[in-house]
Design a protein around this ligand. Structure first.
Ligand SMILES: [Zn+2]
Ligand SMILES: [Zn+2]
Length: 391
């Protein structure tokens, strides 16, 4: 007997399934506390004013780790939700009315854009916008970019800047805003408490701006990294040692630093920051501890020391551009911040490992998740990028 022909209907079904596969993509979805899953979800299509970006590099970030550990972010996301916010990619589709960008453009779509109409926007505090439009979902093959971010906060990447470097724009923009808020000027002395990814970016951006940085780090690999990124002095935390006294002893005339940046996010380091600043100096509490955290500060020291306390959240379109220009200039050691490269499928394991990172002693700053054929392109881009040594 000849083999039975496949019924017509099945062929149709196969075709349908194939079409469905074409229209879905791999994406990381956060379901809650330490629950990150890879799923196939539909490839987004752009509404009027929107673009869709084929992601080529997405970077792991301390904020994502915080959200992963807590299972939510008060301002940015509630699960289940596509995850990740530092990325670069290529425009794959444009919505009706988009004239700024075309398919094939290399872009960094930032993770938010302000309304420019509310009280805070009109008072030059767009980072505090009442209607900040966030966008998440960088750990996916494609990302839809809302119209407002297309209009106000999507940047074109020059040909000679690797995607993964350009993806550093978001965290660096937060750091640049922190430096601006602290009023850092060339020749100032600055203590940076913490040498994680954000602490290292502060150290680097400040030293490139001519600020003399004393870094306070916990692990040996962080001490080395702090030096690499331009810290003139590094104090390694030693059990039982008075960190405040040791830090002050390294400042000019032991009077404390002009500026202290806290980049650890614990009550103890917030309190240390205030104790390390000089009279008339400025503290920037950059690290955000969990809601409800309370710290104890000496009012006498604050009042008679004439100390300015600041905290910075997020970025503005202007600091995004400053950060982007710094990366594009080649002066910023972007490649040194990207200590690992992986594929999307590894992401749940990477986050799991990041939870215990402080127990290891190897330099592990940021991981670039790379997509499609970018794995090889990215390698050659990194090799081709010969960055000047920090002077
Ligand atoms: Zn980030
Ligand atoms: Zn606003």
């Amino acid at each position: 007997m000849p083999p039975a022909r496949r019924p017509f209907q099945n062929e149709k079904q196969d075709e349908k399934i194939e079409k469905m596969n074409e229209r879905t993509m791999n994406a990381a979805v956060l379901y809650g506390k330490e629950d990150l899953r890879l799923e196939r979800i539909p490839i987004p299509t752009p509404e009027p004013g929107e673009i869709v970006v084929r992601v080529t590099a997405a970077l792991t970030c301390g904020t994502d780790l915080k959200v992963y550990r807590r299972g939510y972010h008060a301002r940015m996301l509630q699960p289940p939700i596509p995850f990740g916010h530092e990325l670069a990619g290529v425009v794959s589709a444009i919505g009706e009315g988009v004239t700024q960008f075309a398919a094939g453009d290399r872009v960094v779509p930032l993770n938010s854009a302000p309304c420019d109409a509310c009280f805070f926007c009109l008072h030059n505090q767009q980072n505090l916008c009442d209607d900040l439009r966030f966008n998440n979902g960088a750990y996916a093959e494609y990302l839809r970019v809302p119209a407002r971010i297309v209009q106000k906060n999507t940047l074109l990447i020059p040909e000679d800047v690797p995607f993964a470097h350009a993806a550093l724009t978001e965290p660096l923009a937060c750091v640049i805003r922190g430096l601006e808020e602290a009023g850092a000027r060339p020749g100032d002395s600055m203590i940076v408490i913490g040498a994680g990814p954000i602490g290292l970016m502060f150290i680097h951006a400040a030293s490139l701006a001519g600020v003399e940085v004393l870094a306070i780090a916990k692990r040996e690999d962080q001490v080395e990294a702090a030096r690499l990124f331009g810290a003139q002095q590094v104090l390694r935390i030693v059990e039982g040692q008075d960190t405040v006294a040791a830090a002050r002893a390294l400042t000019p005339d032991c009077r404390g630093a002009d500026i202290v940046v806290e980049a650890v996010a614990t009550p103890a380091t917030w309190e240390q920051a205030v104790a390390m600043v000089r009279k008339g100096g400025t503290v920037n509490f950059f690290g955000g501890p969990p809601t409800g955290t309370v710290v104890a500060l000496d009012t006498n020291r604050l009042h008679y020391g004439d100390i300015t306390l600041k905290a910075s959240f997020h970025h503005t379109p202007a600091t995004c551009r400053t950060a982007f220009d710094l990366i594009a200039s080649g002066r910023f050691l972007a490649a040194e911040l990207l200590t690992a490269q992986a594929e999307l499928i590894d992401l749940p394991n990477i986050f799991h490992r990041m939870l215990t990172r402080s127990l290891t002693n190897t330099r592990d700053i940021k991981t670039a998740i790379v997509f499609h054929s970018e794995l090889s392109t990215h390698n050659s881009e990194l090799e081709a990028q010969a960055l000047p040594a920090l002077s």
